[in-house]
Design a binder for this molecule. Structure first.
Ligand code: ADP
Ligand code: MG
Length: 697
């Protein structure tokens, strides 16, 4: 007993459990809803609810919750117990189809970006039967979408489901044109690789910056950082190994396919990758994974940091969104085929992605924008803020040959005519990898590498699905009306390559020369959240997103507002934390040490009047001048923070933060870090970078 195969998914109301606990009729009807999006009637919901409750109670649950993903970026839940009074004064455990389908949390404190005035505070949650219910801490969690009473989405799941639907619809049109009558549904699959740091819990508790903001706002560079690169794939330390084992077990119980784990480049940094699944489920699972990582870490006396940049000067954490499109019959549409016809189809889907990424670079960029991720992108440790696609030499060569009509191939050069010749086979080659590309083709999937470690993967996939659906729509419109299918297909593929080849780049994305080149090519380079977020509401983006049915215009505007608000609040909290740490910890520590050194020097002189006190004097002088500099910057920072209250326009406030607040925080930090190097370790009020990065054994 208790082997992985026994416990895997033991806390999930999955297909296996459904099949065993529902009548054949109810099961069929629910399957139809899950697989094909058919609507569900109340009698079926009632039967499912009862089975779900019985299963949950048997597995120790006492409560249920509609589990949802508001725009805060984390998940929310409100627990209700199953108990219901019975006539004899006792209680029974009850759960109805109505309770399963719809919930009404008081939603007034969730961000809505002006969509919902507080007097109409109630939103509602609606069951998402395509993601399995699960048990977490004695509570049956029902994945749900979260909307306002007017039907506007207030969460990250609703638009994700809509984007998957949009892509399904357009991809099916294309498949039918290729004579595929079997495929019922096209879904996108995602495997998100998750990076994180682990630090000792006791040390964490001594750092207000980590507690309040998730990142260190102060900290001098330790003598050793990541320069030896000896941590990457290094031996996993016992405490970390114990954490990982425990984490895997918890994730497996929830049916999460945690598969690989290893140390990352930075000390104390690690990565976890699951086996890919349908985007919707992968998103739910990634949210759960982040939550459970943090919980399990605490049990091991550790804290899991999911911030994009917990430590300055040390690589930050990202998340790689591996993405592909597949049919319900099991075909990966991004996999090059065996026959010429399959290859033409592959090339069309590939071109749809190329066109989508070029046309909607801005949307992809802003889908990963947060105050935290601003520290990573373009800082030579993660892809630049410029979106581009890596295809590898071989595929690029093929596309170039198609565009120019010139022969392709090594010794035996052939002219590629789509629908006639099979493409040369290109291997899924792991050596042909480009780790600096924001959007890389890796044989049968794309890896979008700009996501930050704490991002919900929802946003990136919403934009990706919507943009690709749009390309496919353009293609399908043209092909459906075409007189000569093959000819039209050929010319469309050629045109796409010609029009969008500027987005293709196989070189080093970290190189400054690429940024200059990208500018010449006319690619967007939005360095910060404030630079890119307003473009969500650009006319072309509103047009595409509303036509694809992914967002309403109102939702788009509300999201710009919410994301900018989030940026402003995040940085303001950081600035306030700095002020607090300076006044209550850093300056008092400097004073203490200066006092100690001065006292020591005086004592020395009293004892030996001719002794040298050059060292003591220098330390006191340097530290006093640091303290003065720290004080001045802190006062300036306080002035800037106070000034933010005067802004009513959130974009203007964001610009002020980007242009003045953040640079001032940098200045303050630089002097405080210098002071740290001059002060005795005993007097310094919180653990150093060295302690935090190398403290877990
Ligand atoms: P890497 O070399 O980047 O580690 P892997 O094959 O191990 O490549 O995959 C990394 C991630 O990509 C894993 O989460 C994996 O499940 C996922 N993945 C693999 N194939 C696909 C696919 N067709 N669609 C989406 N994700 C995929
Ligand atoms: Mg990878």
């Amino acid at each position: 007993m208790n082997t992985v195969t026994d416990t895997f998914g033991s806390l999930v109301f999955d297909n296996r459990v459904m099949k065993a606990s529902l009548s054949a009729k109810v099961y069929q009807s629910l399957k139809k809803t899950i697989d094909e999006g058919a609507s569900l009637d109340l009698s079926v919901a009632n039967a499912v609810a009862t089975a779900m409750k019985d299963w949950a109670v048997k597995n120790g649950a006492t409560h249920f919750t509609h589990w949802f993903q508001p725009l805060t970026g984390i998940t929310a839940e409100k627990h209700d117990s199953f108990i219901s009074p019975a006539p004899d004064g006792r209680v029974i455990m009850e759960f109805s189809g109505k309770e399963l389908i719809k919930g009404e949390p008081d939603a007034s404190s969730f961000p809505s970006g002006g969509i919902r005035a507080t007097f109409e505070a109630r939103g509602y949650t609606a069951w998402d039967p395509t993601s399995y219910a699960f048990i977490k801490e004695k509570t049956l969690c029902i994945p749900t979408a979260f909307c306002s009473y007017g039907g506007e989405a207030l969460d990250k799941k609703t638009p994700l489901l809509r984007s998957m639907e949009a892509l399904n619809k357009q991809a099916l049109r294309i498949l039918r044109l290729f004579g595929d009558t079997e495929t019922k549904r096209v879904t996108t699959s995602v495997g998100p690789e998750q990076e994180y740091f682990l630090v000792d819990r006791e040390m964490y508790n001594k750092r207000k910056d980590l507690i309040f903001t998730g990142r260190t706002l102060f900290g001098a560079k330790p003598p050793k950082g990541q320069e030896m690169e000896d941590h990457y794939f290094g031996v996993i330390k016992p405490r970390v190994a114990a954490f990982m084992q425990d984490l895997n077990e918890e994730l497996w119980k929830l049916g999460i396919l945690a598969k690989t784990e290893h140390n990352e480049v930075a000390p104390a940094q690690h990565e976890l990758a699951p086996i890919y699944s349908t985007t919707n489920i992968a998103t739910d699972h990634n949210q759960l994974t982040m939550e459970i990582m943090q919980k399990v870490a605490l049990k091991h006396g550790l804290v899991c940091l999911l911030h994009e940049k917990p430590f300055a000067g040390v690589n930050g954490s990202g998340k790689h969104n591996n993405w592909s499109m597949a049919t319900d019959t099991g075909a990966n549409l991004l996999s090059p085929g065996e026959t010429p016809y399959e290859n033409a189809k592959f090339l069309l889907f590939l071109c749809a992605v190329i066109k989508a990424v070029d046309d909607y670079q801005d949307l992809l960029r802003l889908s990963v924008a947060t105050a935290g991720n601003d520290h990573r992108l373009g800082a030579n440790e993660a892809p630049p803020a410029v979106v581009s696609i890596f295809l590898g030499e071989e595929l690029t060569g093929i596309l170039e040959a198609i565009e120019s009509g010139k022969p392709y191939g090594g010794a035996k050069k052939t002219t590629i005519t789509l629908g006639v010749d099979a493409l040369p086979k290109f291997p899924r080659d792991t050596t042909d990898r480009n780790r600096t590309s924001p959007f890389a083709f890796t044989g049968n999937k794309f890896e979008f590498r700009m996501l930050g470690s704490s991002n919900s993967i929802s946003c990136a996939n919403i934009m990706l699905n919507a943009a690709v659906a749009e390309s496919l729509k353009v293609y399908a419109d043209r092909l459906e009306g075409a007189e000569n299918f093959e000819k039209t297909l050929n010319s469309m593929i050629k045109k796409t390559i010609k029009d969008h080849k500027r987005i293709l780049f196989n070189g080093n994305g970290y190189d400054d020369s690429w940024i200059a080149e990208a500018e010449r090519r006319g690619l967007c380079n939005y360095k910060t959240t404030v630079d890119c977020m307003p473009h969500l509401a650009d006319e072309k983006n509103v047009k595409m997103l509303t036509e694809q049915g992914v967002f309403t215009e109102k939702e788009i505007h509300s999201r710009v507002e919410i994301m900018l608000e989030n940026y402003c609040k995040t940085v303001t909290i950081e600035a306030n934390t700095m002020v607090d740490m300076v006044k209550r910890q850093i300056l008092p520590a400097i004073v203490e040490y200066v006092k100690e050194v001065s006292k020591e020097a005086n004592g020395k002189l009293a004892f030996a009047p001719a002794a040298s006190t050059v060292y003591e004097r220098k330390v006191v002088e340097k530290l006093s001048s640091c303290a003065e500099g720290i004080l001045a910057r802190t006062e300036e920072l306080e002035g800037l923070i106070a000034g933010l209250k005067g802004y009513s326009d959130i974009e203007a406030e964001g610009c002020e933060i980007r242009d003045h607040l953040l640079p001032k925080m940098e200045e303050l930090r630089a002097i405080a870090d210098e002071a740290e190097t001059l002060t005795s370790g005993k007097c310094w009020p919180f653990p150093t970078y060295g302690d935090l990065l190398f403290g877990v054994k």
